[in-house]
Design a protein around this ligand. Structure first.
Ligand code: BG6
Length: 510
């Protein structure tokens, strides 16, 4: 067993019949168990309303893990070893009286495993159940206090609030029952290997960090694009949230923090979170002229892999009159000494041409164009000159870091030619990248909150996006349509074009 986890604990999953449990949590826990990261005694207890036996739960989870695990072939022995950890307790999360049985059964399972009541509770439920669950646990004495020997860590899935007010309110209500160090607000992007590498790359190399500032950087682009639409019934949830709340407020702003923050003095949870918070606080507030720097869109009909695709409003479980945005682009400013005057262009959306997440740092042009040449092909002539260096963190897929540099094209003239210097994960490491949830679950079990969002960080992110949200809600207008499967929206193109810049077209995965 790996010695990363010091104390055995049990994992309770509230919402164990849901999609997240099947698609992400169980495959991640299975992988951790298979790779020997979990202590031998670490019961995993599914908690949900439906009636089922431990065996039924195990059978359902086998199907889920077979379908969604990154391990291609799971042997019966591997499965048996994992399945022996699994239990199921039928509980209506909103019913106080069910917690008596829940507590007794969990304790019984822990005693059989001969472990202390140290617990991770994963709230994989809809957000309206967060508070009732915690209140019911508190009334049943399931929340240890500061002086107790045993610990409890509660993981909250997003969305944590739907705007600044509701996020603050939830934090306030929970703070009466849980201390901040018992709360783990998950943003699964922070668990991605390539996202963690942003800080290591910046602070583990001496040559890049001195260049990441307003003296050398022209602008930064962050793209989180998805080609998918509302498959697997996601429409209902998404229609009530939209791209700004679903992705921009959390994943994209977290990426911005990691590329823009100051290196922390020490690599410790709170030092890192303090620096990220400062970036969020330095975002120029979204007060006036929102339409000049933020735009949204909704996908209309289009195509994906050559097949026609539905407009958002005709997707399963989406309101046919929905005004929910499925695309957002913004130009934001980080008003601090390092980044003053350097725009950050952010975009995210569904039904775009490809699934790709990347951060591109575009450096300034060389001060003199010494190598300008004119190249002609037939009667088409083109000026070729130095292209600015670009540092690209490809978060997914085909995880990599690349630097575009200019070189001399071999030949008798000085002709300039851009080339890429690439580091690709799968060429440098003979190692499957762990899934984000594996890393994050392991971190909760070992009590490391570095990759989780603190309440002040979360509120600062909501503080920034809420005026935009309100502005769009107030307008009551339908978002402009873009054709599904395209980079779309003219307004997003104009954000860049008006500044004499252009969005990168991310290279398709090779
Ligand atoms: C989730 C969003 O947080 O992230 C989804 O709610 C989105 O809408 C997903 O599809 C993307 O995650 P990943 O890891 O596939 O990039």
């Amino acid at each position: 067993m790996s010695d990363l986890i010091k104390e055995p604990a049990s994992v309770l999953i509230f919402g164990a019949s849901g999609d997240l449990t099947a698609r992400k949590l169980m495959p991640a826990l299975f992988q951790l168990s298979r790779d020997d990261f979990l202590p031998p005694k670490c019961p995993i207890i599914g908690v949900a309303r439906r009636t089922k036996s431990d065996q039924q739960f195990r059978d359902e989870m086998r199907e889920a893990v077979d379908e969604f695990s990154r391990t291609d072939h799971i042997t019966d022995d591997e499965w048996k070893a994992f399945a022996s950890r699994l239990y199921y307790v039928e509980t209506d999360i909103t019913e106080q009286q069910d917690y008596d049985d829940l507590k007794a059964r969990v304790r019984e399972i822990e005693q059989q495993a001969d472990i202390e009541p140290n617990r991770v509770v994963y709230m994989a439920t809809s957000p309206n159940l967060f508070l009732p669950a915690i209140e019911n646990m508190a009334s049943e004495g399931m929340i240890p206090g500061r002086d107790d020997e045993n610990w409890l860590r509660v993981v909250f899935e997003k969305p944590f609030g739907t705007d600044l007010e509701s996020a603050k309110d939830l934090t306030y209500q929970l703070s009466g029952k849980l201390s901040e160090d018992q709360i783990y607000r998950i943003d699964h992007y922070l668990g991605k290997e390539t996202v963690q590498n942003i800080l290591l790359f910046r602070c583990g190399n001496a040559i890049f960090e001195p260049l990441l500032n307003r003296n050398h950087v022209d602008h930064i682009q962050i793209t989180m694009a998805e080609d998918q639409g509302m498959e697997r019934g996601r429409g209902a949830l998404y229609d009530s949230s939209g791209a700004l709340r679903d992705v921009m407020q959390n994943h994209v702003l977290q990426l911005l923090c990691l590329i823009a923050m100051e290196p922390p003095a020490l690599f410790r949870a709170n030092d890192i979170r303090d620096e990220k918070l400062k970036v969020l606080q330095a975002l120029r507030p979204a007060t006036d002229n929102i339409d000049e720097w933020a735009c949204r869109g909704q996908y209309g009909a289009g195509s994906h892999n050559g097949e026609p695709t539905l407009p958002f409003r005709e997707e399963d479980r989406v309101d046919p009159d929905s005004n929910t945005e499925t695309f957002v682009a913004m130009k934001v400013n980080v008003d601090n000494w390092r980044w003053a005057g350097v725009p950050f262009y952010l975009r995210t959306g569904k039904r775009l041409p490809q699934r790709v997440t990347e951060i591109a740092v575009q450096f300034k042009h060389p001060p003199l164009n010494l190598f300008t040449t004119v190249e002609c092909e037939g009667d088409m002539c083109q000026m070729v000159e130095a292209q600015p260096n670009t540092l690209i963190f490809r978060i997914q897929p085909k995880e990599s870091i690349s630097l575009r540099v200019c070189t001399k094209r071999p030949g008798m003239q000085y002709q300039i030619h851009p080339v890429m210097m690439d580091f690709e994960y799968d060429e440098s490491f003979d190692f499957d990248l762990p899934e984000a949830y594996e890393r994050l679950l392991l971190d909760v079990l070992r009590g490391d909150s570095t990759l989780f969002t603190r309440s002040d960080e979360l509120e600062a992110a909501w503080q920034f996006v809420t005026p935009v949200l309100k502005h769009w809600q107030k307008s009551g207008e339908a978002p402009p349509l873009y054709e599904g499967g395209t980079w779309g929206l003219a307004a997003a193109m104009d954000l860049m074009k008006n500044d004499g810049r252009a969005w990168r077209v991310p290279s398709p995965p090779r």
